[in-house]
Structure formats: structure tokens, C-alpha cells
Design a protein around this ligand. Structure first.
Ligand code: AQP
Length: 334
């Protein structure tokens, strides 16, 4: 068995990337590219599990690539491409649809959340989305997958599918069992309007999130309007845990300023939330505004972004084709 470490992760081109995507995933992507071979994919086939306007989808794919590069991914170090350009993803997904179990998919909470109350009307793609995610990872025999906490359940399913494939086809260790890499403190960045919901692209209110393309003014306004608390900031973490919005703001502040949660809390304890919000806005503006400017600059040269995707597709396809050949053999496909 190859013991080589390989990182794979994907981001959906479903609109503005936000602070949750950045702290939960992209920052980790960038630090991993220094240590391991990394493959980062714009998962356009996942995006179409809900209806996308074709022209909007195309520009969102390029904007996601621009966001990858602006946050520090280097296309000469990491393979960057879009999922639909490598046919192996859907070919393996079909094989894994036949390995995965309906009972496993029925337990996926994200389907329940995204499908809403009328599940009969959700696309079949949305339901089997986790099998495609398993195919994305296993196609490259990835060993490590950096994701936010919301993807933990899907990753566990990928692990179960890998294990079952190895058992069913009597090929112990054929697929490595992929390890999730979930950041400790910011695994789930919460909405600025409701501390019990994750920050998300699809949330209607733009005030619920900090977008990577927000300017300083927008960041200031959003942080100012962020839900907090009427009482002063508590002295200890146990009191803070009962206040999800306040905890979220301090968590983000701690992460951006590279402080422990305790150290960040002691800096602002006993003060009004406006004190924390000023510090938080400063930290966000310092980190996010340059990224947004770079995204906008890169979007002026779409040919360059297309070239990154083309180069990435060629590299990804070589690995995918080689692995797919072995997978087909294991299954008995001629
Ligand atoms: N709020 C979050 N906190 C931490 N990590 C997050 N991620 C997403 N939201 C948060 C992580 O970002 C990576 C890319 O996610 P995605 O865009 O592919 O899909 P998603 O998780 O469905 O993101 P959104 O923003 O919630 O999109 P919509 O609204 O379109 O569904 C993943 O690693 C994810 O964990």
C-alpha cells in the first residue's frame, strides 16, 4: 500500500466565499500545501445539486479560483481544478453509489437541512451528494481532508464507504481511510445574526456573514450590527458559552489575532461589546480587505484563471485515470 500523504478538499462555487469558508477551510488549505501534496477542487457538480443559473455558475467557478489564489494557494504547489473537468469523479461516484447504503444516506443531517420540509421535491443529486464527495476524495486516494465541522458527518460516510469497498472487493488497504483535518477553535464560524446557525453563503441576509470581498466599510457595518449581548462581556468561558453570538465574536477575534480563547477573553472581559467590536473590525479589515482586493484584481484576468484550471485538470486527470484503472479492475469492469 502507498503510504504517501495526500490532501484533498473541495469548495462549492455557490457564491461569495465568506469568513467561515476562510477560517474553517481555506487557511488550512494554505498551510497544508507547505507540508504535503495537495489537490483543491472547485466542486461544481456539488453546486448543481440545487438549481444554478449557468452564467452565474461559470463566474462563481472563476471567483472561487480567484479566492483560492488570493488566500495564498499556489497553483505551482497545489493542484487546482474544477470537478466536472475530470470525468473520473462521476465514474467513481457511480461505483460508490453501489457500495454506499441507503440507510447511511438517510442519516445525513445536511440533506435534511438543505432539503427542508418537502424532501420529495429535493433533487436526487442532493440526496446522493455525500457519495460524490466520497468519490472526490477516494479518486485520488487522499489520506487527509481539511474541512469545517459541518462536513464531519460526510467525511465519516466517506470513511465507511472506503472501508466497505476494501472489504467487499477483498482488497485491504486499497483505499486509505481518509482523516478529517478540522480546525480546533473555528471549526464552525457562526452567523453574525444568529449564533446557533453556521455562517453560510445561502443565508438570505448579507449581514449574517463577512464575505471575502467585503470592503472596510461593509465589515464595519456588519460587525457593528452583529448580535451580541446587553450585559458586559463575562469574565469566564463558562458564562460565555451560554451566549453563542458573543462566543462567536470572541472566537473569531482570537483566531484572527492568533490568541488563545482565554487570552482574548481576558483582554475584553468586563467591557461593553462595542469595545470588542472595534478590535474585531480592525482585525477583520487587516486580514480580509487585502484578500478581497486581490480577488477583484484576479477577476480582471479571466484567461489566467482559466489557465490555472486547465493546468490543474491535466495534472488531476493523470492521477485520477491511473487510480480509476485499478478501481475498475477491483470491481471487475472490463
Ligand atoms: N461557517 C463555517 N465555519 C467553518 N467552516 C465552514 N465551511 C463552510 N461554512 C463554514 C467550510 O468551508 C468549506 C467549503 O464549504 P462549501 O462552500 O463547499 O459548502 P458549505 O459547507 O455548504 O458552505 P456554505 O457557506 O454553507 O454554503 P451553502 O450556503 O451554499 O450551503 C467546507 O470545508 C466547509 O466545511
Amino acid at each position: 500500500m502507498s503510504k504517501k500523504k495526500l490532501v484533498f478538499s473541495g469548495v462549492q462555487p455557490t457564491g461569495n466565499l465568506h469568513l467561515g469558508n476562510y477560517l474553517g477551510a481555506l487557511k488550512n488549505f494554505v498551510s497544508l500545501q507547505k507540508e504535503m501534496e495537495c489537490i483543491y477542487c472547485v466542486v461544481d457538480l456539488h453546486a448543481i445539486t440545487t438549481l444554478q443559473r449557468p452564467s452565474v455558475l461559470q463566474s462563481n467557478v472563476l471567483e472561487t479560483v480567484a479566492s483560492f489564489i488570493s488566500t495564498g494557494l499556489d497553483p505551482n504547489k497545489s493542484i487546482i481544478f474544477n470537478q466536472s473537468s475530470v470525468p473520473g469523479h462521476t465514474q467513481l461516484a457511480w461505483i460508490l453509489n453501489c457500495v454506499s447504503r441507503i440507510g447511511w444516506l438517510n442519516r445525513m443531517t445536511q440533506f435534511k437541512d438543505k432539503a427542508g420540509s418537502d424532501k420529495e421535491k429535493a433533487s436526487v443529486g442532493l440526496y446522493i451528494y455525500p457519495n460524490l464527495m466520497a468519490a472526490d476524495i477516494l479518486l485520488y486516494k487522499a489520506t487527509h481532508v481539511p474541512v469545517g465541522a459541518d462536513q464531519k458527518q460526510h467525511l465519516e460516510l466517506s470513511r465507511d464507504i472506503a472501508q466497505k469497498f476494501n472489504n467487499d472487493f477483498n482488497c485491504k488497504d486499497f483505499f486509505p481511510i481518509p482523516e478529517p483535518l478540522i480546525p480546533k477553535n473555528v471549526s464552525r464560524v457562526m452567523s453574525l445574526r444568529d449564533g446557533t446557525k453556521k455562517m453560510s453563503k445561502s443565508e438570505e441576509s448579507d449581514f449574517s456573514r463577512i464575505n471575502l470581498k467585503d470592503n472596510a466599510d461593509e465589515i464595519l457595518k456588519k460587525v457593528k450590527k452583529a448580535k451580541s449581548d446587553s450585559e458586559p462581556i463575562p469574565e469566564n468561558l463558562s458564562n460565555l458559552e451560554k451566549k453563542p453570538e458573543a462566543l462567536n465574536l470572541i472566537n473569531i477575534y482570537a483566531e484572527l489575532t492568533k490568541k488563545s480563547l482565554d487570552a482574548a477573553l481576558s483582554e475584553v472581559a468586563g467591557k461593553e461589546y462595542s469595545f470588542l467590536k472595534t478590535k474585531l473590525s480592525d482585525a477583520l479589515i487587516t486580514e480580509i480587505v487585502p484578500i478581497g482586493k486581490e480577488i477583484k484584481r484576479l477577476l480582471n484576468d479571466k484567461a489566467h484563471l482559466m489557465q490555472i484550471l486547465k493546468k490543474g485538470k491535466e495534472k488531476a486527470n493523470i492521477i485520477a485515470e491511473e487510480n480509476l484503472k485499478n478501481i475498475r479492475e477491483k470491481v471487475g469492469l472490463i
